[in-house]
Structures are given as C-alpha cells and as structure tokens.
Design a protein around this ligand. Structure first.
Ligand code: ZN
Ligand code: ZN
Length: 376
C-alpha cells in the first residue's frame, strides 16, 4: 500500500526547519502486517523532543527513517498470531515494545525490554522486520512506531488497546508525555500524599509530571523552568511554586520554602546543569529522579560522601518505569475522572505538511505538545 509519511533522510539539520526542511512528505510503501504485527491507521501523532533529538543528531538513529512515536489510531488489519487486538480497536502506541519473556519483562519491568531496545536501536520492529520502503530503498522504523504517517505497521507488543470514547488527539499524549512524566512520579519516585516534589524542565513530560504530582497528593510542587510562560502554565496545572533558576538566589529560595529541599526532585530537561540543580535541591534522605535524556557522553559528578551520609537516592526513569498495559488504561481513567487534565498540555494542531514548522516551535520552546491530526 502507498501512504504519505514524513521521511527523515539525513540528521544534523539546522533550524529553522521551515527552511532546511529535514522532514520530507513522501509517498512511502508499507507492507501488510506479518505474524505478530498489526496495521494501524494513525489518527493523531504528537511532536516530541525525542523526535527532535534525531533530527538534530543528538540521538543518532539509522537513516532513512519515518519519525513519530507518540501516537494513537485504529487497528485496520492484524497479522497471523495476533491475539490482543482486532480490527476497529482504538490503540495507543508504546515506543518500547515488550517481548514478555526477557529478564526485565519477566520481573515486571517491560520498559527495559532487552529485545525491544535492540530492535529500537536497529530501526526494526520487535519482529526484526522493516515494513517501509521508498523507491526500492528500505526505510527504518522509529522506536517501533513511525507514526508521522497515514498508517503504521507495528508489533502487537508496541500497542495498548484503549477505551474508544477518548478522542484520538488526547489519547496520543498517553503514549509518551503522560506515560513518561506521570510514571516518573508515581512509579519511579513512588511519591505519596503529603510529600514535596520539584520538577525541572516543563516540556510535555515535565508538565505531565506536575499533573502526576497533583494527582498523587503532593503537598508542595515546585515547578522550575527558564520560561515564564511555562511556569505560569505549571501553576495553572497545580504547581504550588514557580521558580526561574536563572534568578539570583533561586536555589536558596527553593531550599528555604521546602524547609531543607524536596523529598523528590524530577529532572526532565536532559541537561547536566539541570541535573546538578536537581541534586542540590533534593533534601537529606530524598530522591533525585532523572527522565531527561542528555546527549550520549554527558556525565554528572556527585559528592559520594553526601550520597552516603545523607542517604540520598539517584534514580533513572525510562518511560516512567511503566507497565504499559497497566498504566495507560489507569492514566486514561484518571483523565476521564478529571484528575489528570492532560488535554491542557496541547498547544496546537497541525497537518502532516506543517511538521517542519511544528519542530521549529518545539525547538524554540514555544510549544508544549503539538498534535498532527490525520483524516478519519
Ligand atoms: Zn517522546
Ligand atoms: Zn522483553
């Protein structure tokens, strides 16, 4: 079948992307789903920093590739051996497929699935196959999803069936921003009612973490970002304090207002400076969580005596330590009850043709989540 897709042929494009146009809207061939695979008609796809990190070369991937990993859609066709979905089901894509039988999967940590990570690195589906071609050339899949396209063939283990009453644009957010941000708070940090939290970096993931902290009953939620606009949005979402770290005395102010630092600090900016700040504002006995993905090679120096004598914990959080089939329906349920208003993270709607302009807005920090909508 021939479909329209946003194809990235070369990394390291320079902004403005509206001029360099790294993503070309091309007619691409997509194969039918093989065993264990599903053809999904994409209905909504979010623009995320992880896509931008491939475009600008911060996180290199095999080229050419159809990007997009935060998506929702409808199952159109299923391959042999598929048992969990049928045509017509509404689904959210998960950007780490879980095989179900490797050690991380067996111990309940599917976000760390080893065959899943290997397939993602190679640009294939979990089945090891590539189902996209352009002019006779093989095209790679992005994180097993490749959702900046009218259709995607994905592994059955890359999708979660959802309640079909939730609109597609809102559903897409649950695949990356919500799973990662809310999961970092409720799964990785395991924040409990009455505790204090800080969130550094208020993109889609960081703001979702603010919502996760509100839903968890945090007593204090300190939102930290260089953008005044994002600080305002965080406060509108329930952050109790908003701090610009560039202001004089910002660290002292946070430590004072939290009476010694926060119980949990979530670093979502993916920068070493942000991580150093996170460490400094975490209280004695507290936990510093990072879900930000800095360029490979970035390193953090931590005083070991502090780690020991203050019983500090430093934790990484990948896709919110998620169990997708448990967490996505749970978070959607919270959303439907009005307790996780993730729709407020949406700052714009685009067509596929406007994707380069959309990445300019994301790059300039002028957007939280922009959603590409596809025709029914
Ligand atoms: Zn993402
Ligand atoms: Zn696995």
């Amino acid at each position: 079948m021939k479909i329209k897709a946003a194809l990235l042929r070369n990394m390291n494009a320079k902004p403005p992307y509206a001029e360099s146009r790294p993503l070309e809207i091309e007619t691409v061939e997509i194969d039918p789903p093989g065993p264990g695979e599903v053809l999904v008609k994409i209905r909504a796809a979010g623009l995320c920093h992880s896509d931008l990190s491939v475009i600008n070369g911060d996180r290199p991937r095999p080229m050419p590739m159809v990007l997009g990993h935060e998506c929702s859609g409808i199952v159109e066709e299923v391959g042999d051996l598929v048992t969990s979905v049928v045509p017509g089901d509404h689904v959210v894509m998960v950007f780490m497929p879980s095989c179900g039988s490797c050690i991380p999967c067996a111990v309940g940590r599917p976000a760390l699935c080893e065959p899943g990570a290997k397939a993602n690195g190679a640009g294939t589906l979990l089945t090891g196959k590539r189902r996209l071609h352009c002019d006779g050339e093989i095209v790679n899949h992005h994180l097993g999803v490749s959702g900046f396209a009218e259709y995607a063939v994905v592994s059955e283990r890359s999708i979660v069936k959802i309640d079909d009453t939730i609109p597609f644009d809102e559903a897409a957010l649950f695949g990356c921003a919500v799973l990662t941000g809310v999961g970092a708070v409720v799964n990785t940090a395991n924040l409990r009612a009455g505790q204090s939290a800080a969130i550094i970096g208020l993109g889609g993931v960081g703001l979702a973490a603010v919502l996760g902290a509100v839903a968890s009953g945090a007593r204090q939620i300190v939102a930290i970002d260089l953008s005044g606009e994002k600080l305002n949005l965080a406060q509108a979402l329930g952050a109790t304090h908003a701090i610009n770290p560039a202001e004089d005395g910002a660290i002292e102010k946070i430590i004072e207002l939290t009476n010694g630092g926060v119980d949990y600090c979530m670093e979502m900016a993916g920068a070493v400076k942000a991580m150093e700040l996170a460490w400094k504002i975490t209280r004695l006995g507290g936990t510093t969580v990072t879900a930000g993905l800095p360029p490979p090679g970035s390193a953090l120096a931590v005083p070991l005596v502090q780690l020991v004598a203050e019983e500090r914990t430093l934790k990484g959080s990948y896709i919110g330590t998620c169990v997708p089939r448990r967490d996505i329906p749970n978070y959607i349920g919270l959303y439907q009850e009005g307790r996780l208003p993730v729709n407020k993270l949406m700052t714009g709607k685009l067509t596929l043709d406007q994707i380069n302009e959309g990445f300019d807005l994301l790059h300039e920090g002028k957007a939280v989540r922009q959603i590409i909508e596809f025709q029914p």
